[in-house]
Design a protein around this ligand. Sequence first.
Ligand SMILES: NC(=O)c1ccc[n+]([C@@H]2O[C@H](COP(=O)([O-])OP(=O)(O)OC[C@H]3O[C@@H](n4cnc5c(N)ncnc54)[C@H](OP(=O)(O)O)[C@@H]3O)[C@@H](O)[C@H]2O)c1
Length: 239
Amino acid sequence: MSRKAIIVGATSGIALCLARLYIQNGWSLGLTGRNTERCKWLEGQFPSSTVTIEMELADADIARGQFDKLAGRMEGVDLVVIAAGTGHIDPELPWEKELETIATNVDGFAAIAHASIKLFERQGYGHLAAISSIAGIRGGGAPAYNASKAFVSNYLQGLRHHAYRSGKPIFVTDIQPGFVDTPMAKGDNLFWVAIPEKAAMQIYRALERRKRHCYVTRRWWLIAWALKLLPEPLYLRLS
Ligand SMILES: NC(=O)c1ccc[n+]([C@@H]2O[C@H](COP(=O)([O-])OP(=O)(O)OC[C@H]3O[C@@H](n4cnc5c(N)ncnc54)[C@H](OP(=O)(O)O)[C@@H]3O)[C@@H](O)[C@H]2O)c1
């Protein structure tokens, strides 16, 4: 029997490449896109072995209900990958954009992550993974985005702690990418920009090994290490 995964926010970038890899490897997928048009397009990409539903993550309660329905239709889910995310770099720092980022990356993310763990507890097994970011290591030029990704990593760690205490085979993976060549790679002075296919392959391998954490691409551990150590005045000058 094929393994089953739900990928949240599969309409573009890293998640779309990841969905292709899972299909190539014989998985059945439940995919979400945020509107009818995007979902139709997604269905065209994967005519078989997939169920596609609409999910706007910024409406956390509605998104959670849609997730539960999708999981019910799939009758057993081995893996949930939460890839959807948003963020803005705007020197004016408009509150609407900050709020949209928090609603999507914090409220929406947490609703689906929590629903996934509850599903896995009922099933007795499962694997939750989500894409946070290197940006979550420190505050930066997109305050809500960086803070939201810190929340993602920290919440995942808490859920891993919770799952460990359950004694059931439930795994949690935090994926921290550096720059990947998608619409989400914003700002100037980008470096070490990976193509999304490479990022997806590294994520796929890390998830097959049920790793707790992975940097994508792998050499971003070096930047992560530097970000953790740089004194604030030097960090402000360099970032
Ligand atoms: N690219 C990078 O350099 C980079 C670095 C670190 C972390 N990340 C993270 O990687 C993840 C995937 O991003 P990506 O690089 O693959 O960029 P992407 O191609 O722009 O993908 C972002 C995905 O999130 C979906 N999305 C955004 N807001 C949403 C909302 N409110 N409700 C539901 N879906 C929503 C988008 O849907 P639509 O297709 O409808 O827009 C799209 O499918 C994100 O969480 C991002 O923060 C990216």
